[in-house]
Design a protein around this ligand. Structure first.
Ligand SMILES: Nc1ncnc2c1ncn2[C@@H]1O[C@H](COP(=O)(O)OP(=O)(O)OP(=O)(O)O)[C@@H](O)[C@H]1O
Length: 240
């Protein structure tokens, strides 16, 4: 690997230190520490209710918590949800409005919106009502909106869970391209095939506890994983 690339990959973006989350008497996340570095593609996996979304929100800075969350530099972040939140406006207006809300000056808004639509293959759909697009197109529009903000980190909560196989492939391919361009990813997923294809690092959660934090390759190839992690992997088969 080129040394400059290695350095860039190791640049820490944000850290958690003894961070935990409670909802009343429910402990959704036990105290944990981690550092996310530029260029990482982190997947959060685990059974329902294990704390994936809570950890995603905590990393994003949306979640009240105990302990510390520290940014190592100012960061631009964007979030993609399982069901894209789109306004009853054209695809184009959904994009330009998001750019306006982030304070992007008017002359740049149109250019960025156009590039973003082209990037996700929706340039032809600019004037269409966003909510009349197919599920896959809506998710691509949401990706365009995220990409247009030029985020350091893209947070994705089950980004393809409600899509058919072909739309899922398209959305996955775009996420992969964004990451190859240098965007840092943090995603939750129940699809281990997707985790294998898209991530470089995996955190396995169970009942709010981190069972494992390891390179994705190790998750699928190591034979000395904690028994709960092996059970989880078996339970989630098949992965495609
Ligand atoms: N706003 C909330 N109020 C109360 N409890 C909550 C709230 N959000 C999450 N929880 C609880 O915190 C725990 C972790 O929830 P979380 O949504 O993070 O799990 P998850 O792993 O993302 O689940 P899933 O795979 O079903 O999306 C669960 O016990 C959940 O019921």
């Amino acid at each position: 690997m080129r040394p400059d690339l290695a350095t860039a990959l190791a640049e820490p973006l944000l850290s958690l230190d003894a961070a935990s989350v409670h909802f009343g008497s429910v402990c959704a996340l036990q105290p944990l520490g981690l550092t996310l570095s530029r260029g990482e593609r982190l997947a959060l996996v685990g059974p329902n209710g294990s704390g994936k979304t809570t950890l995603l929100r905590l990393l994003h800075g949306l979640q009240a918590h105990q302990g510390q969350r520290r940014l190592h530099r100012p960061l631009v972040a964007a979030m993609l949800f399982q069901h894209p939140f789109l306004l009853r406006l054209s695809a184009w207006r959904n994009l330009t409005l998001a750019l306006w809300l982030r304070g992007v000056p008017a002359p740049q808004r149109a250019e960025r919106a156009q590039r973003a639509l082209e990037r996700v293959g929706l340039a032809e759909m600019a004037r269409r009502p966003a909510r009349a697009l197919s599920g896959g197109q809506q998710q691509r529009l949401a990706l365009a909106r995220a990409w247009a903000l030029q985020p350091d980190i893209l947070f994705l909560d089950e980004p393809t869970a409600s899509l058919d196989p072909s739309a899922k492939r398209e959305v996955e391919a775009l996420i992969d391209e964004f990451a190859r361009d240098g965007m840092t990813l943090v995603m939750t997923s129940h699809n281990l095939g997707q985790v294998k294809r898209l991530s470089t690092r995996v955190i396995c959660l169970d009942r709010g506890r981190v069972l494992a934090d390891l390179p994705t390759e190790d998750l699928f190839h190591r034979t000395d994983l904690a028994p709960e992690v092996s059970l989880f992997l078996k339970g989630e088969l098949p992965w495609t």
